[in-house]
Design a protein around this ligand. Structure first.
Ligand code: HEC
Ligand code: HEC
Length: 471
C-alpha cells in the first residue's frame, strides 16, 4: 500500500472521514489473494469454426456457457462451442493432477504472488544444463535466452515496479479484469464487450506489426502490444466500450500499471502455451511430467518474452499524410472509397453495408464481435488519422481483421504505397461525417474532383461513376 494513503486511512479509521457517516468514495485496494488462483476455465486455442448466430446475453460468455449448457439462455451458442471441444477448445481439467500441481509450483516460482509479483527467467546455467542433458546444441537456446533477457529489461518488469503496479491494479482494474487478468472481475458479468482477458497474450488495439516470415517462436508475436499501446489504452480508455479512461493517473503510475498488465499477460500466456502443449501430446513427444514439464515451461516463458521483444521493435511506420488543402483531402477520400471496394482491400466483405449490418464473428477468446459500424465514427483504438492508419496497417489480429500492411508490401501499385492507406483513412473520416457523406455522394462534386485530378495527370478516378453511401 502506498504510504501516502496512510494518513487518509488513519482518519477514516478514527471516524472523521466524511463527517456524515457515508462511505468514502474511493475504495482502498482489495487485499491481495495469497496466491494467484489456478486456471480452470476453457482455453480457446484457435479462431472458432463457423460464425456465431447472434449476440450472447450479457453475462453469459459462450465459452463459459459451454461448461453449463443447461444453465444458459444461449444454449445454441454453447452447443456450437461444445462441438469444438478437443479441437479448438481445450480443458485444463485434462491435465493430470501431478501436472496441475507442478504447474502451480512453476507459476509461483516464476511469477510470484499478487503481493510479491515478479517475472523470473531461469538463469543461463540452468538453461545450459537442461540443453546439455538433452544433447541439444546450445547456440540457438543461448540466443533465445538472450533475447528473452533483453525483452524483460525493455518491458520494465523489475520487482519494485510490479509491486507498485499490483497495488494500483487492485484499486483500479481488478473489479473488471480479475486477479489473474482473466477478464473475470466482479463487474465483468455486466459488461459487453467483456473486459480483456490478458492471458491469451494478444491485444486488439496495437501499433506493432511484426514482419511476416521471421522464425516463429511459441505462439508468435502477432497481436502483442508495445508498452505505449497499453499506456494509451489506460490513459484514454476504449471508446464504445465500458473500459474507462484514467486521465488523472501520473506517467509513473501508468508505467507501473502497464508493467503489471504485462506481468499478468506473460504469466497467463506462458501457462496457456505450456498447458495446451502438454494437453496435446504427439507420438514423438515426451510425456510432459517432471523435468520435461519444467523444460517446456521454461521454453514457453522464453518464447513469450522473446515475442514481446519482437513487438517492441516492430512499430508500424505511419508516413505523413499528403494533404495540404481541404480539396486534397476530399480527392483522397474519393480514392479511398474506390480502394475500400477494390479487390485489393475488400473491406466490404466483412463490413457489410459499411458495417451497418451485423456479420458476427468469433474472436480469439471465443467472444462475439462485429466488424465495426464505420458510419458511426466510434473507434476503439483511437480516432486520430494516425490511429486509423495503424489499425488498417496492422489489422486486428485476435478478431481476424486483415492486416493491410501486407497488401502494401505485395501490392501492384507500389509507387503510391503510403498514400493508399491514407486514402482509405480519409474515406473513413468522411464516411462518419454527415456533411462529408453528402459531399461524396454529390455528382457535381465528384465531377469537379475528377476534372481536377485529370488536369494533374491522375486518371485514378476516371472510371468511378457514382458514390452511394446512404441506404
Ligand atoms: C469498468 C470495467 C473496466 C475497468 C475498471 C478497467 N477495464 Fe480495461 N477493459 C474493459 C473492457 C470492457 C475492455 C474491452 C473493450 C473491448 O474489447 O473493446 C477492456 C480492455 C482493456 C485492455 C485491452 C486493450 C487492447 O488493446 O486489447 C487493457 C490493456 C485494459 N483494459 C487495461 C485496464 C487497466 C490497466 C485498468 C485499470 C487501470 C482497466 N483496464 C480497468 C473494462 C474495464
Ligand atoms: C476479415 C474481416 C475484415 C476485413 C476484411 C476488414 N475488417 Fe475492419 N474489422 C473487422 C472486425 C471483426 C472488426 C472489429 C474487431 C473487434 O472489435 O474486435 C473490425 C474493426 C474495424 C475498425 C475499427 C477500429 C477501431 O479502432 O475500433 C475499422 C476502422 C475498420 N475495421 C476498418 C476496415 C477497413 C477500412 C477495411 C478495409 C481496408 C477493413 N476494416 C477490413 C473485420 C474486418
Amino acid at each position: 500500500m502506498p504510504t501516502r494513503l496512510l494518513p487518509l486511512l488513519a482518519l477514516l479509521a478514527a471516524g472523521c472521514g466524511s463527517g456524515d457517516g457515508s462511505p468514502p468514495l474511493a475504495a482502498a485496494p482489495a487485499a491481495p489473494a495469497a496466491t494467484y488462483p489456478a486456471r480452470t476455465d476453457l482455453m480457446v486455442v484457435k479462431l472458432l469454426d463457423g460464425a456465431p448466430r447472434r449476440w450472447p446475453s450479457t453475462g453469459f460468455l459462450p465459452v463459459k456457457s459451454a461448461r453449463h449448457p443447461a444453465a444458459t439462455p444461449d444454449r445454441d451458442l454453447a452447443d456450437d462451442l461444445r462441438k469444438q471441444f478437443g479441437k479448438n477448445v481445450l480443458d485444463p481439467a485434462d491435465l493430470n493432477p501431478a501436472q496441475a500441481e507442478q504447474f502451480a509450483r512453476l507459476l509461483t516460482a516464476a511469477f510470484g504472488t499478487p503481493a510479491d509479483p515478479r517475472v523470473r527467467l531461469p538463469g543461463w546455467d540452468a538453461v545450459a544444463a537442461a540443453v546439455a542433458s538433452r544433447k541439444l546444441k546450445a547456440d540457438p537456446f543461448k540466443a533465445d535466452w538472450e533475447s528473452a533477457t533483453a525483452a524483460h529489461a525493455g518491458l520494465q518488469l523489475d520487482d519494485a515496479a510490479l509491486a507498485r503496479g499490483s497495488v494500483l491494479y487492485r484499486r483500479w482494474c481488478l473489479q473488471c479484469h480479475g486477479p489473474t487478468g482473466a477478464g473475470d472481475g466482479a463487474h465483468a458479468v455486466e459488461l459487453n464487450a467483456p473486459p480483456r482477458d490478458y492471458r491469451q497474450g494478444v491485444f486488439k488495439f496495437v501499433t506493432a506489426f511484426p514482419k511476416p516470415g521471421q522464425p516463429k517462436k511459441g505462439l508468435g508475436p502477432s497481436g502483442k502490444p508495445r508498452r505505449d499501446d497499453l499506456k494509451r489504452t489506460v490513459r484514454n480508455g476504449i471508446d464504445g466500450s465500458m473500459m474507462p479512461a484514467f486521465p488523472t493517473l501520473s506517467e509513473a503510475e501508468l508505467d507501473d500499471l502497464v508493467s503489471y498488465v504485462v506481468h499478468l499477460s506473460v504469466r497467463g500466456e506462458t501457462e496457456f502455451a505450456a498447458a495446451t502443449r502438454a494437453m496435446q501430446p504427439t507420438e514423438d513427444d515426451p510425456d510432459f511430467t517432471g523435468p520435461e514439464l519444467d523444460w517446456l515451461f521454461d521454453q514457453s516463458l522464453m518464447a513469450v518474452l522473446h515475442n514481446w521483444g519482437v513487438a517492441a521493435r516492430s512499430e508500424i511506420p505511419v508516413p505523413p499524410q499528403n494533404c495540404a488543402t481541404a480539396d486534397d483531402r476530399l480527392a483522397s477520400a474519393f480514392k479511398g472509397f474506390k480502394r475500400y471496394h477494390s479487390a485489393e482491400f475488400g473491406c466490404a466483405s466483412c463490413h457489410a453495408n459499411y458495417g451497418r449490418e451485423p456479420q458476427l464473428k468469433w474472436d480469439l477468446w471465443g467472444t462475439v464481435v462485429q466488424p465495426r459500424n464505420l458510419v458511426l465514427g466510434v473507434y476503439r483504438g483511437g480516432r486520430r488519422g494516425e490511429d486509423l492508419y495503424a489499425r488498417l496497417y496492422g489489422g486486428i489480429h485476435p478478431s481476424g481483421m486483415t492486416a493491410f500492411g501486407n497488401t502494401l508490401a505485395a501490392g501492384p501499385s507500389y509507387l503510391d504505397k503510403p498514400d493508399k492507406l491514407w486514402n482509405v483513412v480519409h474515406f473513413l473520416q468522411a464516411l462518419a461525417d454527415p456533411a462529408d457523406r453528402r459531399r461524396l455522394q454529390d455528382p457535381a462534386v465528384l465531377a469537379a474532383v475528377k476534372e481536377r485530378l485529370r488536369a494533374e495527370g491522375d486518371p485514378f478516378l476516371d472510371d468511378l461513376a457514382a458514390v452511394r453511401l446512404d441506404p
